[in-house]
Design a protein around this ligand. Structure first.
Ligand SMILES: CC(C)(COP(=O)(O)OP(=O)(O)OC[C@H]1O[C@@H](n2cnc3c(N)ncnc32)[C@H](O)[C@@H]1OP(=O)(O)O)[C@@H](O)C(=O)NCCC(=O)NCCS
Length: 227
């Protein structure tokens, strides 16, 4: 089972930066553009609120391990909640003005893209059969979220070349052998507000997530934490 929450960047007040710890703040300071800094805030405030509630812990007291399972570097791997144990996994994604957080008791990956961004598809990132399914940028954006959701669920991100996995429709068809079997992961598209598309990958059978706006949760938290 997976829960997915999303929030618009404008729905998260700066005052909720009190929830970030020193490491988050240092990472945030390194982001060049103000809009991206605020998007980072929105994503991590939402993640802390959702995870804090799920674990029954103070959201501001959570800390995250980012050790990369590919190279061992401690700064750029998939974030996991320290001391939460293997029974909780989460994934976050931000694009344009939307932040999305997925939480599950199984390995999970989420990705969101803005269909108006209009970036050119990177041909080598797609297999030949995938390229045939992309007639527009919106098709590419959808496919890309499915592929990246899988790469995030396995915890490798783009350390694995995206051309090494293949997604046709909402089905994972090919996965590098060292990461498991394609049938180990289930994919689904997320109902997100336009112009965003997003996908979720979960290890195991059908994900059938609940997908909700986190706006009220954030505004409730703002009343408590900004007081
Ligand atoms: C992070 C990544 C998966 C997706 O980036 P993106 O589409 O630009 O951005 P998204 O907003 O969708 O996702 C970013 C979030 O994914 C998460 N993430 C980072 N690495 C991850 C990984 N290996 N697996 C799963 N999730 C990861 C983080 O929470 C990150 O958000 P944060 O930087 O605010 O903490 C991709 O940029 C990546 O893999 N980068 C690292 C490549 C790498 O590790 N190279 C060297 C390996 S030795």
């Amino acid at each position: 089972m997976a829960d997915v929450w999303y929030v618009g960047v404008d729905q998260v007040p700066e005052s909720l930066a009190v929830l970030l710890n020193g490491r988050d703040r240092a990472r945030r300071r390194q982001i060049v553009h103000e809009t991206d800094r605020h998007l980072f805030l929105a994503a991590w405030v939402l993640a802390r609120l959702v995870l804090g509630e799920r674990l029954g812990r103070d959201p501001a007291a959570l800390s995250f391990d980012r050790t990369c399972t590919h190279c061992g570097d401690r700064t750029h791997g998939k974030p996991v909640v320290e001391t939460a144990g293997p029974a909780l996994d989460f994934s976050l994604s931000h694009a344009g003005g939307l932040a999305v957080v997925a939480v599950s008791d199984r390995a999970v990956g989420v990705d969101v893209e803005d269909t108006t961004a209009g970036a050119q598809p990177l041909a080598p990132a797609l297999t030949e059969r995938e390229r045939e399914t992309c007639l527009s940028y919106a098709d590419f954006a959808r496919l890309w979220t499915r592929k990246e959701a899988v790469l995030k669920a396995v915890g490798k991100g783009l350390a694995i070349h995206p051309g090494r996995i293949e997604v046709l429709g909402a089905t994972l068809r090919a996965l590098p052998e060292e990461l498991g079997r394609p049938e180990d992961y289930a994919l689904c598209d997320l109902p997100l507000p336009a112009p965003y598309v997003g996908s979720l990958a979960v290890r195991g059978s059908e994900p059938s997530p609940s997908v909700r706006s986190g706006a009220k949760r954030v505004s409730d938290a703002a009343r408590v934490w900004s007081a």
